[in-house]
Ligand binder design. Structure first.
Ligand code: OSB
Ligand code: MG
Length: 368
């Protein structure tokens, strides 16, 4: 398989509601779409980096340059036996997993289409239905948060994740638990705490959360291991896990009981599968994280979530929670029992709304 052309497009999409985490508020997404062409077909991927280097060190503008000047030229006109080799071809680039993953995922989509196979089967998945949860950002008031949770539960979502930070934590979780004592509930701190905050985090044990996600520094597995010995609530690592080796080390150190896999954060499908397999072999469940993706990234997350160790509901939810109009047709929809069904359509499984993509494209560049 050879790629003859790679097209980068930056699109801008306003969110239906702002999304706030411990590191800031997002109101509009700027994402890079990657279209790869070769062997008479096209595949699509999405870069999941944020607008600013606050979740990790990547951001939209850096991803553009990495793809244009480093990753793209390495792939063009190179002969690949399979999409599984694409990641290796850009592995000399330090970091920038999300930029590299956008390109890698596009090649997987292309390859699945060439085989006339749905992407989820092509990456080795076997579920025909995935379990959906929602991630709910920090709100302007606790009352608004409680209302929002109520609406998502009515829509059928199987678990609720709320964002926490110092000053929006123990009291907020207590209020949620008082209103909803029986729901599957978890909290994500996005690295807002230090090990010194262990007594405060320990107070969360009272609320029998499924897990607490990434409480400590984005690059510190050791402190998470120390924290885990003091908490009954399982720690789930997100930011810390950038590849399978780090997953193995974190599990060996007992730094977490659960891992969130994000396609972008680990550099694409090949590495995501290695993280998945490492966790499965060590009896650690995983779930699929989200990065406020457009329909393309969302569809790739659905495909990834069909692998068998994705045993917990993920942050993959309906398009309408994020976008007035999505760039795929039909939009991603969630059933009243909180699941998304896969289809047998080739590739990532949805149509591309190219007219709409053109309307919201702010820059485009073709490598050939
Ligand atoms: O930590 O999982 C996270 C969004 C942006 C950056 C980081 C995270 C998130 C989410 C949203 O939690 C998940 C989603 O709904 O896409
Ligand atoms: Mg997270």
């Amino acid at each position: 398989m050879k790629l003859s052309r790679i097209t980068l497009r930056e699109i801008r999409m306003p969110l239906v509601h702002f999304f706030e985490t411990s590191f800031g508020r997002t109101t509009e997404r700027r994402m890079v779409l990657v279209e790869v062409e070769g062997e008479g077909a096209a595949g699509w991927g999405e870069v999941t980096a944020g607008e600013n280097p606050f979740y990790n060190e990547e951001w939209t503008d850096a991803a553009w340059l990495i793809l244009r000047d480093y990753a793209g030229p390495r792939l063009l006109n190179h002969n690949f036996r399979s999409a599984a080799e694409v990641g290796d071809r850009t592995a000399h680039i330090r970091g920038h997993q999300m930029a590299r993953a956008g390109l890698e995922a596009a090649v997987w989509d292309l390859e699945a289409r060439l085989h006339k196979r749905p992407l989820w089967r092509h990456v080795g998945g076997n579920r025909t239905e995935i379990a959906c949860g929602v991630s709910i950002g920090i709100q302007n008031s606790v009352e608004e948060l409680l209302e929002k949770i109520g609406r998502e539960l009515e829509a059928g979502y199987q678990r609720i994740k709320i964002k926490i930070k110092p000053g929006w934590d123990v009291d907020v979780v207590r209020a949620v638990r008082e209103r909803y004592p029986a729901i599957k509930l978890m909290a994500d701190a996005n690295s807002a705490y230090r090990l010194d905050d262990a007594p405060r985090l320990k107070q969360l044990d009272e609320f029998y959360l499924m897990m607490i996600e990434q409480p400590l520094a984005h690059d510190d597995i050791i402190d998470h291991a120390k924290l885990q010995t003091r908490l009954d609530t399982p720690i789930c690592l997100d930011e810390c896990i950038r590849n399978a080796r780090m997953a193995e080390q974190a599990i060996e150190m007992k730094a977490c009981g659960i891992i969130n896999i994000k396609l972008g954060r680990v550099g694409g499908f090949a590495e995501a599968r290695r993280v998945h397999d490492a966790c499965r072999d060590r009896a650690v469940p995983v779930w699929c994280g989200g990065m406020l993706e457009s329909g393309i990234g969302r569809a790739h997350n659905i495909a990834l979530s069909t692998l068998d160790n994705f045993r917990l509901p993920g942050d993959v939810s309906a398009s309408r929670r994020y976008w007035k109009r999505d760039i795929i047709t039909p939009p991603v929809e969630v059933s009243p029992d909180g699941t998304i069904r896969t289809t047998e359509a080739p590739g990532f499984g949805y149509g591309i709304d190219l007219d709409y993509i053109r309307q919201i494209t702010v820059r485009e560049e073709t490598l050939d």
